[in-house]
Design a protein around this ligand. Structure first.
Ligand code: OKS
Ligand code: ZN
Length: 373
């Protein structure tokens, strides 16, 4: 399996975040990236490493998901913030346009004129997603990694005959599934999997997987512990992208991910949330839900599957409350290989914070996928 990475993903390195009111060292660290890469290099299965080009033009793909004002904001926010006296550690909001506070829906407030601190709350929903001097560079690199992986996937899928499903791993950081069109949060700035889905739609051709509006069908399977509120939001009214998420309740991001959220308008029925309880979800419970998810994706009949790969469902994860094991992750990979029976899959890295076993857990999913018969 090809593994796409970029050393530029390492340059994003915030000092701290605020969790439960406490200032703690930033959990979504460059070390996460290094241990995953190392574990895949050590693997007996052959992973072929490909470094994504920093020169890869991604603008059009970035804008297929994100609002241009938001992209400009992420690019320039740090300088404007420091200029305005903000802490050099990075841009972090202190006030949010809470629905009960919002006054600008009627257009009375010109958001382009807001102070840097006010824009921070407008474009970010938590205290864990600072924009540092290097954040934009790394977030762009993560998109370059994702798109390079998608190109490899489409090429390999067309070339392959019958040796089983093609998989490619995009080793991305910062992650993406909490980011919406004009919103960051949960360590995410640009939604890598959403950009992947739009890119794959632009490449796919098979008429059998084309929906009524004639866009190729893509399934996004989100197995991160947290609900991918951003991904859900981006495709909520879109029947061509089926979003399926397994995630913990009750937990962050708290306000999204109920089973009753099933899509809107033409997208009704094309969002599937499978919330699972904290503390009592282990390998067996998780795999039962995952098999159901895979079955639904099979019914949908996607051209490609995009996996939001989080391993923060691990039993020892410091911020999460599921009980998956490393052996369980092999079975998770095997179950995903059965999604869409032979459909190409791009795995895109999201969360996972127990450093000691992080690499082994990612490797277990990918090897489980590769060796599934
Ligand atoms: C609190 C945020 C803490 C949890 C962030 C979760 C990130 C993650 N402000 N998402 O999948 O792993
Ligand atoms: Zn997560």
């Amino acid at each position: 399996m090809k593994v796409v990475y970029s050393s530029t993903c390492l340059v994003h390195n915030p000092e701290y975040e605020t969790l439960s009111g406490k200032r703690v060292p930033y959990l979504e660290s460059p070390q996460r990236y290094e241990v995953i890469k190392e574990a895949l290099s050590d693997s007996e299965d052959s992973f072929g490493f490909v470094e994504a080009s920093e020169d890869l033009e991604i603008g059009e793909h970035l804008l297929s998901v994100h609002n241009p004002e938001y992209v400009e904001y992420v690019k320039n926010a740090y300088d404007a913030w420091v200029e305005d006296g903000g802490d050099e550690a990075g841009v972090v909001p202190d006030t949010f346009p809470h629905p009960k506070l919002i006054n600008f829906k009627n257009g009375d407030i010109d958001v382009t004129k807001l102070k840097p601190i006010a824009k921070a709350g407008l474009y970010c929903f938590d205290l864990s997603t600072p924009i540092t001097a290097d954040t934009y560079k790394a977030a762009i690199a993560a998109v370059q990694v994702t798109l390079t992986a998608c190109s490899i996937l489409t090429t390999e899928s067309k070339a392959s005959s019958s040796e089983g499903p093609v998989g490619v791993f995009a080793l991305t950081r910062p992650p993406g599934h909490h980011a919406a069109t004009s919103l960051s949060g949960g360590y995410c700035y640009f939604n890598n999997v959403a950009i992947a889905a739009r890119f794959l739609q632009s490449q796919a051709q098979s008429p059998s997987s084309v929906n009524a509006e004639s866009k190729p069908k893509i399934a996004i399977l989100d197995i991160d512990y947290h609900h991918g509120n951003g991904t859900q939001d981006i495709f909520y009214a879109d029947p061509s992208v089926y979003y399926v998420s397994l995630h913990a309740v009750p937990d962050y991001p708290y306000y999204t991910g109920t089973a009753s959220e099933t899509g809107f308008g033409p997208g009704k029925g094309y969002t599937l949330n499978l919330p699972l309880p904290t503390y009592t979800t282990g390998d067996e419970e998780y795999l039962a839900a995952l098999r159901h998810a895979v079955h639904k994706i099979n019914e949908f009949g996607a051209e490609y599957v995009v996996v939001s790969l989080g391993v923060d469902t691990y039993q020892h994860d410091p911020i999460c409350k599921f009980g998956l094991t490393t052996a369980g992750y092999r079975r998770v990979g095997g179950a995903i290989a059965r999604a869409g029976a032979g459909v190409g899959t791009v795995f895109v890295m999201e969360g996972g914070y127990f450093i000691a076993d992080l690499g082994a857990n990612v490797r277990a999913v990918l090897e489980g996928y590769q060796t599934a018969g």
